[in-house]
Design a protein around this ligand. Structure first.
Ligand code: UD1
Ligand code: MG
Length: 460
């Protein structure tokens, strides 16, 4: 019933090597392919610079291609265990293939359905870069793209038990577990997760290095979290029940020896997640090198979409979607803040990036005028005014008022503008560092909540 001390490591080393290769490929390919992108019309102007040179856009396509190819090349290594045990147990005179029981077909379908969803997301992102697809057209696509994932999850008899926090149990008269298997609720939640992860990175964008550093930090946080679940040969003081096992287990001195029966599944899930996250770190770090201020390449929606989908994939397949969402706190904040503009309560200009002043070389909060499309002033509805005033009290926006006391202008509802409202104008390279810091602080809080507070609110 116990795991061997180091079963996962050969795969991990290989995956790490592949990730280094992915990193080097992206570092090399991005500037090489730049001119071809510009020639194909895939370029954009850096909105926050004085110069107007074309910067190759949608180069996330290179990251997506390298990433997907890396994942595919890795397949034989991910499943080499099955082959080695097969050939070790057979004599040379019996050269037959693996039987159905010997090969982990289920895990292969997990792996393949994940790659499929990521490919669809990459295609969608690229089409969005080329055609600028409307919101209402592109929102449902990640939902459809997650069907293969959900199907495989369902086939496994996915654990759709949602643990209800202790304080709510008495209140709602629910048992410790609410079983949502009968209802489609949990599946709807998971399909919306992919819509959220893909779009939320894309709308926290517009300054050099912003999208790619979010993806990088979230991926590193996920990796750190995954590593907690591997059977390390050292004393680990995180109690197993906090790691999500339903069984209370005494783990004793050596974790590998103390792993509970049944946890092999957990180790395998987190290994799967590592296999997907390490190459993602590779391609994002490689791309970040060219996208950092002053950017020589733009990621486009392609990067935001395939990276976002990769997060949804591991969150769903490795069963830690709630922990994953904790790493998305800045994105959740940015999304909630954006809602009045996304859903049309407040006008939403095509670009909400901060305003650049060539005189000072600083960024200032950008503004949205409250007017109708033909330029006539349009006072906000009661609800919109209430929201904007609340945001203003919280220090998220700066409002401008007309002489009749009506709101005429607001700073755009994004976290980038909030940071500028709060900390004052700053240079672009400084703002992106502040965003990186916010994301890192968010991850630290996420770990504290997950492994500190979770014991108070959840009992295992
Ligand atoms: C999203 C945001 C939009 C923001 C844009 C910036 C929402 C609803 N949409 O739109 O407000 O302005 O991202 O990416 O919040 N660019 C730069 N510097 C950068 C990155 C991008 O100037 O570091 C500019 C370039 O002109 C580039 C363009 O943004 O061509 C890319 O915009 P795109 O990704 O197509 O915008 P959306 O994702 O639709
Ligand atoms: Mg974009």
């Amino acid at each position: 019933p116990f795991l061997d001390p180091f079963p996962p490591l050969p795969g991990l080393y290989t995956s790490f090597g592949f990730s280094l290769f992915a990193f080097a490929s992206v570092v090399y390919l991005v500037p090489k392919a730049g001119p071809s992108f510009v020639k194909a019309g895939l370029w954009g102007r850096d909105l926050l610079k004085v110069y107007g040179d074309p910067v190759p856009e949608s180069q996330g396509l290179i990251c997506a291609s390298v990433y997907i190819l890396t994942l595919i090349l890795f397949i034989p290594f991910a499943f080499s265990d099955a082959f080695s045990s097969h050939f070790n147990s057979k004599s040379k005179s019996e050269p037959e293939g693996l039987s159905v029981n010997e090969f982990p077909l289920y895990q292969l379908s997990v792996y393949l359905s994940s790659i499929l969803s990521i490919i669809i997301a990459a295609i969608l992102g690229f089409l969005d870069d080329v055609f600028d697809i409307r919101w209402r057209h592109k929102l449902p696509i990640p939902v459809v793209a997650s069907i293969p994932l959900l199907m495989v999850y369902f086939a496994e008899g996915g654990n759709t038990n949602v643990v209800v926090p202790i304080p709510f149990r008495g209140l709602l008269g629910l048992g410790a577990l609410v079983n949502l298997v009968e209802g489609p609720l949990y599946y709807i939640y998971m399909s919306l997760l992919s819509t959220f992860t893909t779009n939320s990175i894309n709308i926290l964008a517009g300054i050099n290095g912003c999208e790619v550093s979010q993806a990088l930090i979230i991926a590193l946080s996920v990796i750190l979290n995954d590593l907690l679940y591997l059977p390390w040969p050292v004393d680990f003081s995180i109690p197993v029940h906090l790691l999500g096992s339903q069984r209370e287990v005494e783990i004793g001195g050596v974790w590998s020896a103390g792993m509970a029966y049944g946890s092999r599944e957990m180790v395998e899930r987190h290994l799967f997640s590592l296999y997907f996250m390490m190459p993602l770190v590779g391609v994002c770090a490689g791309f970040g090198y060219h996208n950092w201020y002053p950017a020589r390449a733009f990621p486009g929606d392609t990067l935001c979409y395939f990276a976002g989908m990769a997060f949804a994939v591991v969150g769903i397949q490795a069963h830690y979607s709630k922990t994953l969402l904790l790493f998305f706190m800045p994105q959740i904040f940015n999304f909630v803040l954006s809602c009045p503009q996304l859903f049309g309560l407040v006008p939403c200009p095509r670009h909400r990036v901060p305003r650049f002043s060539p005189e000072t070389n600083l960024l200032y909060p950008s503004r949205a005028k409250l007017e109708s499309k033909d330029g006539k002033p349009r006072p906000p509805s009661g609800l919109a005014a209430l929201i904007l005033r609340t945001f203003s009290v919280l220090g998220f926006v700066e409002l401008t008022f007309g002489h009749d006391g009506e709101i005429t202008e607001t700073t755009n509802l994004t976290i980038l503008n909030v940071l500028l409202v709060r900390f004052g104008p700053m240079r672009e390279d400084r703002l992106v560092k502040v965003v990186v810091a916010v994301q890192i602080v968010g991850s630290v809080i996420a770990f504290l909540v997950r492994y500190g507070l979770a014991s108070l609110v959840y009992d295992g």
